[in-house]
Design a protein around this ligand. Sequence first.
Ligand code: COA
Length: 136
Amino acid sequence: MIEYRVGNSLDLDQVIELYKASTLGERRPVEDRERMRAMLRMANLTVTAWDGDLMVGIARSLSDFAYVTYLSDLAVRLSHQKQGIGRELIRITRRESGPETYIVLLSAPKAVEYYPRIGFKPHPSAWILRADDTLL
Ligand SMILES: CC(C)(COP(=O)(O)OP(=O)(O)OC[C@H]1O[C@@H](n2cnc3c(N)ncnc32)[C@H](O)[C@@H]1OP(=O)(O)O)[C@@H](O)C(=O)NCCC(=O)NCCS
């Protein structure tokens, strides 16, 4: 029985451990605690999944709750993947975002086939400016 919670009052070490246990930690600054702390504190829509006392999934988003929600991190513990937890985390994120809000995200390479499978559409004109890109 998996329980879902909304909110970011979470133990930083447990969150970092979950990122690693899902493999998303390979693509996030998990060795930089202060950056991870800021990521957790400043995200304004975080949903977690719990198997008893064990955090098994997280969806960490930034939302204006009116127009758009950026789903930055979705991670499910390897031992708990493919049980519908990722989909439920997104469903709750969407519910909390509000009925007129759309979700935008960048897929990790391991999840490029996941998002279309659960209903996401590709966007042909998505653009990013990385921290080390020059603004011309
Ligand atoms: C991607 C991830 C969040 C999916 O979570 P999950 O709880 O395992 O996924 P769900 O159980 O909700 O899967 C829903 C469906 O997608 C399928 N699916 C799961 N992972 C998939 C993947 N990587 N590629 C394609 N399909 C996938 C499931 O089999 C399931 O199919 P079904 O409806 O036919 O049963 C999880 O695998 C994960 O944490 N991966 C590592 C971190 C990562 O890449 N995160 C994405 C960052 S953008």
